[in-house]
Ligand binder design. Structure first.
Ligand code: MN
Length: 521
């Protein structure tokens, strides 16, 4: 793969102005210099990675600042470029995005399912801004596209993390396209045997599916044209392997029971046309009973809209047909990236105000927890204040972090949880190796130490937050990296009781203090 040029990246923007061009060119230049001499596992220059991420971001309609952050997303972590450099050259907002992506790379999956739900929440919470999440998802997509070059022992962790964390997040954001690519690429690494089995079944069942689909498509196109349609688009797909695997598991591996292996998509101009097209199709091809689904009148929780039906063609092909408008199509493919936020973000704007509803969702995140991004936080606060609350948050956004396959009840529970309690009362901090510790707001390093282990709590001698020595009573902030130093001789004191916030820590300190007294008798 060759390196995407800055021209190709800018070429993906719909109507870039001069300021947009200059910004992206400058970011491209800085990234090129910063990564000079670095190579990927594939042997390619590192720039292929960041340029490809930026190109992808541009192609899904993200704005120039997000694209620039995409170009710079690995600089702080992997090169000599500092946060100060980025702020000086590109301003607080781009720094905020780059730091967000950098922070997310410490959210890691360690192979236990127990914490996945917290990890997903953490992932969303840490990002603070949906643009950070979108950059991270696109970053992961390129990494997984090139996973074959990565050392064996790393491959499995990355692929599992993709299925457990990234795919559900992409799904909740409604970004169907990214989700499908991520899951189908990760699938063979995580479940190699199942992957082969699914491939074989699909091959045996659908055989030359491309030719069949092409034949049926021509018939449908002709019929729609005969009915007077001029503005419509048809396309088809074979079901994604990973989603087929999920379905096969639920249906005892009986592929005969799966009706959406082959799907045809019809994109028409209006909602009225959607229903008319459904009628035309049902007149031509026999619909299967109970397979008509009206997701236009009743959208899916993640916002997805379409009419679905399953038909048997005159050749006996079973086809799922999805009918939707252009707008619905774009939203199904790009989800959150397709509307609300980024449409008119251009470099010459003074501020995008894109985070208002996101801020409403997770209010605690917008306390100025990152000292450096306080400019951005102030802006977000202002924007948040100006906007009415509830209706600005689409339901499907408020369910971010919710379990992938959660039913409605647990979804509603999650929202309650998220709004009232979870994010507003909890902070997430990291151990130096990236494990996540979840603590109440106001917690101190003492609470952190006891949350890890009572032995560590009992012998704290010092603590570093974000690599700087701090006092034991320092209030921890979301995203902090906390490192506790212990000494055998260090012991809890009365003062610790006042500093500790969690009942766990208080209880342990009390019992340790008692133990010390007892020891004298
Ligand atoms: Mn990267």
């Amino acid at each position: 793969m060759s390196i995407k040029t800055v021209k190709e990246i800018i070429g993906q923007l719909k109507s870039p102005n001069e300021a947009d061009r200059i910004l992206i060119e400058k970011a491209y230049e800085m990234a090129t210099k910063a990564h000079e001499g670095h190579v990927r596992y594939s042997g390619e220059p590192y720039m292929t990675h960041v340029a490809s991420v930026a190109y992808h971001l541009a192609s899904i309609g993200m704005g120039p600042r997000t694209i620039s952050a995409g170009l710079l997303h690995d600089t702080i972590e992997d090169t000599d470029i500092t946060a100060e450099d980025i702020e000086r050259e590109f301003g607080a907002e781009i720094l905020f995005l780059v730091e967000g992506v950098t922070k997310l790379s410490s959210v890691r999956y360690y192979g236990t399912d127990r914490h996945n739900e917290s990890l997903r929440k953490l992932f969303v919470a840490t990002s603070q801004d949906l643009r950070v999440l979108v950059i991270k998802l696109v970053d992961r997509l390129h990494n997984i596209q090139t996973l074959e070059f990565v050392p064996r022992e790393k491959q499995l962790r990355i692929a599992r993390e993709t299925l457990e964390i990234y795919v559900p997040v992409a799904h909740r954001l409604g970004i169907g396209r990214l989700r499908k690519e991520l899951e189908d690429l990760a699938f063979p690494y995580v479940f190699p045997e199942e992957y082969k089995r699914v491939c074989a079944l699909l091959e045996q069942k659908t055989g030359k599916s491309e030719q069949i689909l092409e034949r049926e498509r021509k018939i449908l196109q002709k019929r729609l044209a005969d009915s007077g349609y001029t503005q419509f688009n048809t396309s088809y797909r074979v079901k994604g392997l990973y989603s087929l695997y999920q379905k096969l598991k639920r249906r005892e591996w009986d592929i005969e029971n799966i009706y959406d292996l082959l799907a045809m998509r019809v994109v028409v101009e209006s909602i009225e046309d959607c229903y008319r097209t459904l009628g035309i199709i049902h007149e031509m091809w026999r619909p299967l009973p109970k397979r008509v689904k009206d997701y236009i009148a009743f959208p899916k929780p993640n916002g997805y809209q379409s009419l679905h039906t399953t038909v048997a063609t005159q050749h006996g092909t079973i086809l799922e047909i999805q009918i939707r408008t252009q707008k619905m199509h774009h939203e199904a493919e790009y989800g959150v990236a397709s509307h609300i936020i980024y449409k008119d973000e251009t470099a010459s704007d003074s501020g995008s105000g894109s985070s208002s509803w996101f801020g409403n969702l997770i209010p605690s995140l917008f306390r100025p927890f990152s000292r450096r991004s306080s400019v951005v936080n102030d802006k977000i606060k202002k924007v948040t204040k100006d906007r009415p609350h509830k209706e600005k948050i689409p339901l499907w956004i408020s369910q971010i972090g919710d379990n992938y396959s959660a039913d409605k009840a647990s979804g509603a529970e999650f929202i309650e949880d998220a709004r009232k309690d979870f994010f507003s009362n909890r902070i997430f901090v990291f151990t130096p190796i990236g494990d996540v510790v979840d603590l109440p707001v106001g917690a101190t390093p003492i609470d952190f130490a006891y949350a890890i282990h009572s032995e560590i709590g009992d012998h704290i001698s010092g603590v570093k937050v974000n690599k700087k020595l701090v006092q034991l009573d320092t209030e921890l902030q979301n995203g902090d990296i906390v490192e506790v130093e212990t000494k055998k001789t260090a012991k809890p004191t009365q003062k610790w009781l006042l500093i500790a916030k969690t009942s766990l820590a208080k209880r342990r300190i009390k019992s340790a203090l008692l133990g010390q007294t007892d020891g004298h008798h």
